[in-house]
Design a protein around this ligand. Structure first.
Ligand SMILES: [Zn+2]
Length: 161
């Protein structure tokens, strides 16, 4: 079995794209996956309208494939988690698919690559944990107990007796 790393951000914001990569060639090492990850991030950031700056704006998952047969022949990339918005036209989605698909193709020249971009309407089913509260001084995580809010990174507090 191939054990691919899953790259997930703990502080994931709601409605960031989720990029899933399937059927990579077997035995990808950490270095190869990092290179692939950076390539995908760069290809997504090239689509300027997104206003993305880097890997913190998306989640990239390298999914373990349980069957080795056929791996690496065809690499499938799914880009989901995009809300339907007026500016996310078919042309936009097409450029995103092209940018990510061709850059992954350049890394894995023996593979055929398919990239799907899927937008969705959040009213049809979406929920996310609320954004964590942040310390106004240092940006660290705060804990709230009634009216008392405390930061454990810098000792900032408000409303505590
Ligand atoms: Zn703080």
């Amino acid at each position: 079995m191939n054990l691919y790393i899953s790259f997930t951000h703990v502080e994931r914001r709601a409605n960031m794209p989720v990029i899933k990569v399937w059927c990579l060639p077997p035995n990808q090492n950490e270095e190869a996956l990092n290179r692939l990850h950076q390539t995908i991030v760069g290809a997504v950031c090239k689509i300027r309208e997104l206003g993305f700056r880097g890997q913190e704006d998306m989640t990239c998952l390298f999914v373990p494939d349980l069957m080795q047969y056929g791996l690496g022949g065809k690499i499938i990339i799914e880009i989901g988690g995009f809300f339907n918005k007026a500016e996310r036209t078919p042309g936009f989605c097409q450029r995103l698919a092209l940018s990510v698909g061709t850059s992954v193709c350049n890394l894995y020249r023996n593979a055929r690559v398919e990239c799907f971009v899927q937008t969705f309407d959040p009213v049809q089913g979406f929920w996310a944990s609320p954004e964590p509260e942040r310390c106004p001084e240092c940006g660290g995580r705060v804990t709230r107990n009634g009216t008392c809010v405390k930061c454990f990174s810098c000792n900032w507090s408000q409303g505590c007796s």
